[in-house]
Write a protein that binds this ligand. Structure first.
Ligand SMILES: C[S@@+](CC[C@H](N)C(=O)[O-])C[C@H]1O[C@@H](n2cnc3c(N)ncnc32)[C@H](O)[C@@H]1O
Length: 235
């Protein structure tokens, strides 16, 4: 099956063996749900969509790929349908959206959900901040290069995993930063981020509201790259 990108395959790989019921929020084309159904990893997948167009495509693809016995299309906003269904969901996937949209969806977190697999297009920092505030754990973290973009994938578990203890965990990820010495994508990502802020700072005046913020971010990243990555001392 080549309907799925390496990013979607990496997300699917975050679903653990033995997880039975999954929900993919904002399924768009339902490719992730179809891939999970075909790889026989799970027994039931809810592929949900807010918007009419993608919802119709989701339903058509589920039918055309012959996975209607496993994948059920749901038209709903975020997680709002889960309390009514009263079914325990082992992992809810929310991927390919901006952090603001993901955080808005997470406002309807439910006791019926055990884990989240989150892949924001931007700003994973704010996602980890949400995890910390909720006193949840990070079960797994991955970086994946797809179409020249490095994506962060975060599996959040409500009951077990790594705690987010400090700002380094928030920024760089408690699991990712432990593997950073052997992870070239990690180094590449943070060098690119440092470059991004260096460039941004040359384009805005010192009294711009964002100047202080970008200077601080550049400093945090630069310090981490120089002190911890360079000498392999990430702690
Ligand atoms: C860019 S696509 C990402 C598709 C897929 N999840 C991926 O990672 O490739 C985002 C999809 O989320 C849907 N969406 C946005 N907000 C949503 C919400 N609150 N609830 C359900 N779906 C939503 C959009 O209609 C769109 O199809």
């Amino acid at each position: 099956m080549n309907i799925v990108s390496s990013r979607l395959i990496a997300i699917a790989n975050m679903v653990s063996d033995g997880e039975n019921i999954i929900a993919d929020i904002g399924s768009d084309h339902a490719y992730l749900a179809i891939y999970l159904a075909k790889s026989a990893k799970v027994k039931k997948i809810f592929a949900t969509e807010l918007n009419d167009g993608p919802y119709e495509i989701t339903k058509t693809n589920i039918r055309n790929f012959g996975v209607a016995h496993i994948v059920e299309a749901i038209k709903a906003d975020g997680l709002k349908w889960i309390e009514d269904k009263k079914i325990s969901i082992s992992s809810v996937i929310i991927a390919g959206m901006g952090t603001t949209t993901i955080l808005k969806i997470l406002e309807n977190d439910s006791k019926f959900i055990d884990c989240f697999i989150l892949s924001p297009n931007t700003d994973a920092f704010k996602i980890r901040k949400w995890v910390k505030n909720k006193k949840y754990f990070i079960e797994d973290e991955k970086l994946i290069l797809d179409n020249e973009i490095i994506y962060e994938l975060i599996k959040v578990n409500k009951y077990a995993g790594k705690k987010i203890k400090n700002y380094k965990d928030l920024f760089f990820g408690p699991i990712l930063r432990k593997t950073s010495k052997d992870n070239r994508l990690f180094t590449q990502k943070w060098i690119l981020e440092e470059e991004k802020y260096t460039k941004l700072l040359t384009t805005i005046p010192n009294d711009n509201l964002n100047f202080k913020k970008y200077t601080k971010l550049k400093k945090i990243i630069g310090k981490y790259i120089n002190k911890e990555l360079k000498y392999g001392k990430a702690k």
